[in-house]
Design a protein around this ligand. Sequence first.
Ligand SMILES: [Zn+2]
Length: 92
Amino acid sequence: MREYDDVTKEVVVSDFLGGIGVMDLSRKYEIPKSTLQGWIKNATHHHLWRVESPNGPQSKGKCVVCKAEKFFPNSITEFGWPLAPAFKAKPK
Ligand SMILES: [Zn+2]
């Protein structure tokens, strides 16, 4: 299987985001469609973080799509991640 560098991936993904279809990208760059779809999925999916219950200052989250792991601070929101109502500061 051919290896592609990160620059190629970035160009292809940005073309895709610019509205070029996978079929056209495959022809344009001579990259197999399945390879393109993998890159696009990795680059464009919204991580679906499954976050463990709070235990200390951080919670470990794992993306159910790509299995990436990430630690979330328990006190602040990130990327608009909505905190469960129980974690919001109570109004005084
Ligand atoms: Zn993910």
